[in-house]
Design a protein around this ligand. Structure first.
Ligand SMILES: Nc1ncnc2c1ncn2[C@@H]1O[C@H](COP(=O)(O)OP(=O)(O)OP(=O)(O)O)[C@@H](O)[C@H]1O
Ligand SMILES: [Mg+2]
Length: 262
C-alpha cells in the first residue's frame, strides 16, 4: 500500500480554491521534495496531509485512510516561525510533549519512559547535551532539531517538514541536511519536505514536485529539475546545471544588473 496517494486534489479556504490538480503518490520510505514560490500552496498541502485541513475535494489517502483518520501515522514540523516561540520549557520537555499530547497527559508529570525516549531521540539527532536547557535559549538550528525530535518521538510513519532549512545559516543548513539524511537512512520514514532551495536536499529526494497553485511537475529529480520545467514557474533565468554527478538548480537570476559602460 502506498504511503500517500492523491488524485485530482483541490484544496479550499472557504470557497477560495487555493490549489488544484494535484495528482501524485509516494511509496513508503520515499522522500518528496515539494517546491513552489510563496503562496504556491505548499503549507496548505502539508496541512491536508497532516489531517488538520479537511476542506478539499478529490482523493487523498494516507496508507489507504483519509488524512483525518490517519493522524496517528503522521507528524508535522511547522514552518520556521515556530522557532521564535518562547515556551518556558526545557528542550526535553518540548520533545516529551510530542508523545504526551496524544495520550492527554500534562507535561508536568512526564513518565520516566517518555523522558528516556525523549533523551534518546535528542541524542539520535546529535543534541543530547541540550536536553535540560530552556528551549527559548537554544540557537535556531538547535530549536529546529528539538522540533524534529518532538515529531519523531511518536514514531510516525510519515514526517512532514515545512521549510526546515529556510531559517538556518549555511553551517546549520549542512547539519540539518545531514540529520534529514540520517532519518531517511536509519528510520525509513516517508518524508515530505517543502523548500525554496532544492540543492542541499537533491540527494535525499526520491521524488520532486513543483507546484504553483496547481501541479506543474511531479517525478524523479532528473525529470522535474529541467530548464524548461522550472522556467514555467520561476522564469527563463532559471536553469539546472550539472557539475560531475551533481545536479544544481539555479532559480531566478540572483545577480544585480551591471551598468554597461558607455
Ligand atoms: N488560513 C487561510 N485562509 C485563507 N487563505 C489562505 C489561508 N492560508 C493560506 N491561504 C492562501 O492559500 C494560498 C497558499 O498558501 P500557502 O501558505 O499554502 O503557500 P506556501 O506555498 O506555503 O507559501 P510560502 O512559501 O510563503 O510558505 C495563498 O494564496 C494563501 O493566501
Ligand atoms: Mg508555507
Amino acid at each position: 500500500m502506498r504511503a500517500i496517494e492523491a488524485e485530482n486534489l483541490e484544496i479550499y479556504y472557504g470557497e477560495y480554491k487555493a490549489i488544484e490538480g494535484l495528482t501524485f503518490y509516494l511509496e513508503q520510505g520515499e522522500t518528496l521534495l515539494l517546491l513552489g514560490p510563496n503562496g504556491a500552496g505548499k503549507t496548505t498541502l502539508l496541512k491536508v496531509l497532516a489531517g488538520f485541513h479537511t476542506n478539499y475535494r478529490g482523493k487523498v489517502l494516507i496508507f489507504g485512510k483519509r488524512p483525518d483518520e490517519a493522524r496517528e501515522f503522521v507528524a508535522y514540523v511547522p514552518q520556521s516561525f515556530a522557532l521564535n516561540v518562547r515556551v518556558p520549557l526545557s528542550a526535553l520537555e518540548v520533545v516529551a510533549m510530542g508523545a504526551l499530547y496524544r495520550s492527554g497527559l500534562a507535561h508536568l508529570n512526564i513518565p520516566p519512559d517518555v523522558v528516556r525516549r525523549a533523551q534518546e531521540v535528542l541524542e539520535f539527532l546529535g543534541i543530547g547535551d541540550v536536553a535540560n536547557e530552556p528551549f527559548r535559549n537554544l540557537s535556531g538550528g538547535q530549536k529546529q532539531r528539538v522540533l524534529i525530535a518532538r515529531a519523531l518521538i511518536s514514531n510516525p510513519r510519515i514526517l512532514l517538514l515545512d521549510e526546515p532549512l529556510s531559517a538556518l545559516d549555511p553551517k546549520a543548513r549542512i547539519d540539518a541536511t545531514a540529520i534529514l539524511s540520517k532519518i531517511k537512512d536509519e528510520m525509513s520514514i516517508t518524508m515530505v519536505i517543502t523548500t525554496h532551495d532544492v540543492n542541499p536536499l537533491i540527494e535525499i529526494g526520491d521524488k520532486v514536485m513543483l507546484i504553483d497553485r496547481r501541479l506543474v511537475a511531479f517525478g524523479g529529480p532528473e525529470e522535474v529539475l529541467k530548464d524548461e520545467v522550472i522556467a514555467k514557474v520561476y522564469g527563463s533565468a532559471s536553469k539546472t546545471i550539472r557539475v560531475g554527478e551533481r545536479l544544481y538548480c539555479i532559480i531566478g537570476d540572483v545577480h544585480m544588473p551591471r551598468e554597461v559602460a558607455p
